[in-house]
Design a protein around this ligand. Structure first.
Ligand code: SF4
Ligand SMILES: [Zn+2]
Length: 145
């Protein structure tokens, strides 16, 4: 990482934020090797610039950047308080405005664009509605008196 901000980052001088190619096979290995360090990003004010510098999605990065744990450039774990604004600006694609478009943004490590955000909201609402319409399982009370 470059820039004066790295000198003030909580992870400065700490190991365990990335893995070597021969150290892991699955996301579970990356979680095992780096997961404990994720909390270091908690108070870090540089999450957005960290992500903008590492470019995890483009670099197929494995390890910790910006309060997220990445495997092959995809987020596999994150701190509870991460927000989309810390991610890269979205690129607009033909898929925008659909669930597939929202997934494309995730795949590229970007925040969703407004139309994909709306599509994702609508999809969640439709799923909730469909779930509410599912027949409820009969709850039998076998309690004896
Ligand atoms: S977000 Fe995490 S990895 Fe990035 S500079 Fe801050 S502490 Fe280091
Ligand atoms: Zn979009």
């Amino acid at each position: 990482m470059n820039g004066g901000w790295t000198l003030r980052a909580p992870c400065r001088g700490q190991a365990g934020f990335t893995v070597r190619e021969n150290e892991w096979k699955t996301g579970a290995d990356i979680k095992r090797l780096c997961g404990a360090q994720l909390a270091t990003c908690g108070p870090c004010p540089f999450r957005a610039v960290c992500i903008a510098t590492v470019k995890p999605a483009q670099a197929l990065f494995d390890g910790i950047a910006g309060g997220r744990l990445w495997c092959n450039g995809v987020v596999i774990a994150a701190l509870d308080d991460v927000c989309d604004e810390e991610l890269a600006e979205p690129k607009l694609r033909a898929s925008c405005g659909t669930e597939a478009g929202a997934k494309d943004h995730v795949r590229h490590g970007e925040r969703p664009c407004p139309s994909c955000r709306q599509a994702a909201r609508e999809m969640t609402a439709r799923r909730k509605e469909a779930k509410a319409k599912e027949p409820k399982q009969l709850q039998l009370d076998f309690a004896t008196t």
